[in-house]
Design a protein around this ligand. Structure first.
Ligand code: PLP
Length: 351
């Protein structure tokens, strides 16, 4: 008998979920199944349409955590595109003004080629609630990226809505251990599983989760039709990474709290943005040149893009196209699982 999600805490589900039935002599983990096609005679015929045991194991863990059914994709962007591209021509989309630049790119493309009317609002803006009565889709990222503004998801997701308005939350930064938007009334949650869920900077994957049957069918259909399917090895690695998500998050978050404090007391730091939870800190130095020099001087912390790995990493975000709205000297710092004092020694020396 396998463990049921409802009978255990999220931290336990991460470890106990997505496993094969307990059978003497069989492995504890779903073995790697590199297969595109399966012998006729069962419901599983072709991987792109019918998935593989490795996708299913990963989906069962993430779906159970978020409180819905998960659909795994080849990247976070593929998951975001599968949700956004359901919007018809002329649709009204409201998007955070500090959301992941790739998602903003899909919205811009939709505005150009399909006449989407796109409005950008700060995560903390009061108008999100009203927009639930007029927009076709609200796309929230909270905490936002990289300014780490926190939206009042409970308020927005429970606002009175026009029939058909869908609320989507990118939960990459918070993870389902810190925030479960479906429970608050969101329709879909998306993740870049590349980040904290995978946790080791060794794969690209995305996942969309919903508790709505029609939405689930649309997501599976989009994946099968457009073919943004996850790799079998990636699913295996992402699930293996997810097993330790609770441990990694607990440690990195505890370090992030200390580091945010140390940074706020450092004379070279103009401003620290840390929402009080999670593993990402954004801090501002005097200007782009100062920030670049700090990024070039770290040794233990990796100067790299992305976030959510066991290894601490940082980069100057305004160096990226589409990030012109953020202060030039802002560094996004992803706190990893190394010893907090070692991380601080490295950072303080670089500052
Ligand atoms: N959403 C957020 C919040 C992200 O930070 C990213 C990537 O950085 C994505 C989505 C896109 O994910 P991926 O890089 O896995 O395609």
């Amino acid at each position: 008998m396998s463990v049921k999600r409802g009978s255990v805490k999220a931290e336990t589900w991460l470890i106990a979920g997505g496993r094969p039935e307990t059978i003497a002599g069989e492995p504890l983990n779903v073995p790697l199944t590199p297969a595109s096609t399966f012998t006729h005679g069962s419901e599983r015929l072709y991987a792109r349409d019918d998935s593989t045991p490795n996708w299913e194991a990963f989906e069962s863990v993430v779906g159970g955590l978020e409180g819905g059914e998960a659909v795994a994709f080849s990247s976070g962007m593929a998951a975001c595109a599968a949700v956004l591209n359901q919007l018809p021509s002329g649709a009204r989309l409201v998007l955070g003004d500090d959301c992941y630049q790739g998602v903003a790119g899909i919205a811009e493309e939709g505005a150009r080629t399909r006449g989407w009317q796109v409005e950008r609002l700060p995560a903390t803006d009061e108008r999100w609630r009203d927009r639930a009565m007029s927009a076709d889709m609200l796309w929230l990222e909270s905490p936002s990226n990289p300014l780490l503004e926190v939206a009042d998801l409970a308020q927005i997701c429970s606002a009175t809505r026009r029939k058909g308005t869908r609320i989507v939350v990118d939960n990459t930064f918070a993870t389902p251990l810190l925030q479960r938007p479906l429970e608050l009334g969101a329709d879909v949650v998306v993740h870049s599983a590349t980040k904290l869920i995978g946790g080791h900077s060794d794969l690209l994957m995305g996942v969309a989760v919903t508790a709505d049957g029609n939405e689930l069918r649309r997501l599976r259909h989009a994946r099968g039709l457009f073919g943004a399917t996850p790799g079998t090895l990636e699913c295996f690695l992402a699930l293996r990474g997810a097993r330790t998500l609770a441990l990694r998050l607990e440690r990195a978050q505890a370090s992030a709290r200390k580091l945010a404090q140390s940074l706020s007391e450092h004379p070279a730091v103009l401003r620290v943005r840390y929402p009080g939870f999670g593993t990402i800190i954004s801090f501002e130095l005097a200007d782009a040149g100062t920030a670049d020099r700090a990024c070039g001087a770290v040794r233990l912390i990796r100067h790299a893009t992305s976030l959510g790995g066991v290894e601490s990493s940082m980069e100057r975000r305004s160096a990226l196209p589409g990030q012109e709205h953020i202060p030039a000297g802002l560094i996004r710092f992803s706190v990893g699982c190394e010893d907090a004092e070692d991380i601080w020694s490295d950072l303080a020396a670089a500052l």
